[in-house]
Design a protein around this ligand. Structure first.
Ligand code: PEP
Ligand code: CO
Length: 464
């Protein structure tokens, strides 16, 4: 059992000069909000975080594959039933495609119910001759380009709690209430089949799954086990006020957990070894992600692993690599090789989004589907060469037919971006592009699978 040193106070964390934090003008109001948050019930249970840690350990051991996805930035206005259902439907459809291909459990983690704070490359935004604070996510300020909206408002942290609670409540109802039943794989995309190539491919797979399920039920396997799925919530732990207030000592184990989400990650811009984010998260028991960008080195990765996971606990840390399609083959091999040589077994997850952003000629921030797939292919190639397990993918997506990333089978071009560009931060894959990505990842998992025995379905026939 790991040591349980005292959790640093918020003042101690601020003394570490954290990056990417809001500048609030009324500190009394901030203290009031933080106290209120401390008194509110947990959004997730410690036991659920432990269960997810065990699943991440399976992904590290090559016995599971992680699918993590959702908005770049959730918004308060986006907390609607249709929106939540759309994202869930997309993630569950992708998970089905991946399960069928990989034939190992898919660990389903939403970038949902807490993803409200954004790191920014510039503190301010200028339009014409007006300069205002940059939008930092609904947790901090509003998107409208007015001084009132862009003010850093601590009351918004209570909005994050409420929006996350409402989202989780509906997600829990959906995944246990019948929506996620394997027998309803057809219904998730029924409206979509006629209009999309990925939809047609999906329907063919859904037919196969129906037959397989009918076979199993005919063999006497209880239909009940197909009825629900485990679904977890994750976000970037960026707002120290919020994350500190949601860090609680679990009454069952007397150990600290961050009860704002099951899985928390530390972003590329705030993962300084001596920084406040690493310092806070090193004390909580949740499974943690660490983003590794193109300038990362193996030494950085190992130092972070030692700091955040001194006990080499299975499933504790996941490296989420986001190097860019053109850098991954140069940067990732040495990191994977040295981390593996150190004796650590971590889950390796590919974020093919954040290293592949560019500005289109018409000014929209976009990503090319071909670059996203390019980075994924690089990721699978590197792990194949190193003999390590490609443990999962982390994507920005939505359940809607937005036009934010170019390419894909619908062949969206830059001129299409204007039609439905709705993200307040990074461009997301739309429903079609998300499913298409799942089929391409499935293809890589299937070819990988052929070369090794399935670790979760080992079976030695008895010879008579
Ligand atoms: C993100 O995941 O939205 C993000 C900002 O990522 P990164 O820290 O890798 O840039
Ligand atoms: Co993003």
């Amino acid at each position: 059992m790991p040591d349980n040193p005292p959790i640093p106070s918020l003042d101690e964390l601020h003394a570490l000069k954290p990056l990417q934090q809001p500048s609030y003008d009324d500190l009394t109001e901030v203290a009031h909000v933080v106290n209120r948050l401390r008194s509110l019930p947990p959004l997730v249970f410690a036991g659920e975080c432990d269960a997810l840690r065990a699943k991440m350990a399976s992904a590290a051991a090559g016995e599971a594959f992680v699918l993590q996805g959702g908005d770049c930035a959730e918004t308060f206005d986006g907390v609607t039933a249709a929106n939540i259902q759309g994202k869930l439907r997309t993630l569950l459809s992708m998970a089905i495609v991946l399960t069928y291909a990989a034939q190992v459990p898919i660990v389903k983690v939403g970038r949902m119910a807490g993803q409200y704070t954004k790191p920014r490359s510039a503190a301010n935004e200028t339009r014409g001759d007006v300069t205002l604070p940059a939008y930092r996510g609904d947790a901090v300020n509003g998107f409208a380009f007015t001084p009132e909206a862009r003010r850093h408002d601590p009351q918004r942290l209570l909005g994050v709690y409420n929006a996350s609670a409402a989202t989780l409540n509906l997600v829990r109802a959906f995944v246990t209430g019948g929506f996620a039943h394997l027998r309803s794989v057809h219904t998730w995309n029924a409206d979509f089949v006629k209009s999309s190539a990925a939809g047609v491919q999906y329907q063919t797979l859904a037919n196969e799954i129906d037959r397989a399920l009918a076979f199993m039920v005919a063999c006497g396997i209880d239909d009940e086990v197909f009825g629900t799925v485990d679904f977890y919530a994750s976000h970037e732990a960026l707002s120290l006020e919020y994350e500190h207030a949601m860090t609680r000592v679990d009454s069952r184990t007397q150990l600290p957990y961050n009860v704002s989400g099951h899985f928390l990650w530390i972003g590329e811009r705030t993962r300084q070894l001596e920084g406040a984010h690493v310092e806070l998260l090193r004390h909580v028991r949740n499974p943690l992600g660490i983003k590794l960008g193109p300038t990362s080195t193996a030494d950085t990765a190992l130092e972070l692993a030692d700091r955040l996971d001194p006990d080499h606990e299975p499933g504790r840390i996941t490296f989420i690599t986001r190097m860019g399609a053109h850098r991954i083959r140069d940067v990732l091999p040495e990191i994977v090789a040295k981390v593996t040589a150190s004796g650590r077994q971590v889950a390796w997850v590919c974020d093919p989004m954040h290293g592949n952003t560019f500005e289109a000629r018409n000014g929209f921030k976009t990503r090319a589907f071909s670059d996203v797939i390019g980075e994924l292919n690089g990721f699978f190639d590197v792990h194949e060469e190193q003999g390590t397990w490609p443990g999962g993918v982390h994507v920005e997506l939505t359940g809607d037919d937005v036009t934010e990333c170019v390419g894909g089978s619908e062949d969206l071009v830059e001129a299409d971006l204007v039609n439905r560009y709705e993200t307040l931060c990074d461009p997301r894959l739309n429903r079609n592009q998300s499913l298409e990505l799942a089929f391409l990842v499935a293809e890589r998992l299937t070819t990988g699978r052929i070369r090794r025995p399935n670790p979760v379905q080992a079976f030695v026939p008895v010879s008579f």
